[in-house]
Design a protein around this ligand. Sequence first.
Ligand code: 15L
Length: 276
Amino acid sequence: MADKPEKPVLLTGASGALGRVLARTLGGLGWKLVLTDIAPFPDPMPAGCSFTRADLNDGVAILRLAEGCGMILHFGGVSVERPFEEVLGPNIRGLYHIYEAARREGARVLFASSNHSIGFHERSEPLDADCQFMPDGYYGLSKAYGELMGRMYWFKHGVENINVRIGSSFPEPVDARMLSTWLSYDDLARLCVRATLAERVESCVIWGASANSRTYWRRDARDTLGWTPADSADPFAAQMQGKVTNNPVVERYQGGAYTAMDYTRTSPPPAKLFRD
Ligand code: 15L
């Protein structure tokens, strides 16, 4: 099986934390990467790669960048909870530009979705990837919309896409919740490799987490990609166990702190929104 894609790969959000990891790792594997971000690229340029500053709101720029690419790793856009107007352009219009470019090029898309698309599910409730969306803010809502956009482009235009609901991708877990949600950088990079090289993916959802025994998440499409996480948050358990907040909303839901941002409800919601 080939270990490099035949065509160049467009990586958006290349100057962000995860984009930089992927540029370094995939560039190091000899992949030809077309890097882009609204911010300058701060690292040495991997051999055979290029960087162009662009705004996801600029559809023409995105079409040009995607020319000749067979894969788009879409990590660009707003990556934390922000007011609706700030999320709208990069995450909704920007994603539309990505999908239109993929449709024109016949490219596949990996969409960096987030656990915040399902953040208002309770931590005690194990989820499969076909669970209901329960966005925990405008950011999570944009990720849910983005996953649905992928489904529409697959059914209507045959654009393949992998929607990775990333838990918490950081060098190490930093609190008790991340014992459940942590995704190591190496597991993320391996996931992007498999998503790019797998023969056929259709439109699928992957839980973006390492092999954490305290996970909230169960079935997804990882077998289709041939991806198995190799790392785990478990060795950090003793260090992280007590790192919790005193906010019952934060501790109740999978989305953690995001669920409590701008939270104005005065009585607790029912235990379950959807009946089994
Ligand atoms: C995300 O979607 C964010 O991009 C990241 O910064 C973390 O907050 C992560 O979720 C998380 O839930 O830990």
